[in-house]
Unconditional design. Structure first.
Length: 170
């Protein structure tokens, strides 16, 4: 569902969309590793950062659940089983202020969160940077950096973060 939502936010048109840019993988990585892309709280310590990351992860998962619950309520189907018109209708009531409803506040917060993850993820990829068409990027960043874990592209073997920021193996 993450890939589908990201593609609805930045669809493929005359430029590649979020799916082709691999935005879902970025979002999965950020959420799994508890990295919020925007935060209204004051981070003054590693513990604060870990707590903010945990909160972001919990809000993200709860948001996906909210989307399915709202979809069930409105259309009697989970979001991914709805017709495209129904999916658009649900997201429009979250994305556009004039369509907000008092019962959708949690969904609006989730939509803002996934939209932010999607935009940050998209515009930090080679595809996203190229869509900006800024020739200065070629000078400053002629080669896109690769993943530092080429032997673990799914990032299944990354260590859990610790409060002190050090692994137990250090």
């Amino acid at each position: 569902m993450v890939e589908y939502l990201a593609e609805m936010i930045i669809p493929e048109d005359d430029t590649p969309g979020a799916k082709q840019a691999g935005v879902a993988e970025f979002i999965d990585f950020m959420v799994a590793n508890r990295v919020p892309v925007s935060n209204s709280r004051d981070i003054r310590s590693t513990d604060d950062a870990i707590e903010a990351g945990n909160e972001a992860q919990n809000r993200f998962v709860a948001g996906l659940d909210w989307i399915n619950a709202r979809s069930q309520s409105l259309f009697k189907h989970d979001f991914m089983q709805c017709a495209p018109e129904e999916q658009n209708s649900l997201l429009e009531e979250l994305a556009y202020k004039e369509k907000f409803k008092p019962t959708t506040e949690s969904g609006r917060e989730f939509f803002q969160m996934i939209r932010t993850y999607t935009v940050v993820g998209y515009y930090t990829t080679e595809i996203g940077l190229e869509t900006l068409g800024d020739p200065g990027l070629q000078t400053a960043w002629s080669q896109m950096p690769g993943c530092p874990h080429p032997d673990d592209p799914e990032h299944k073997n990354l260590r859990e973060p610790t409060a002190a920021g050090l692994s137990n193996n250090s």
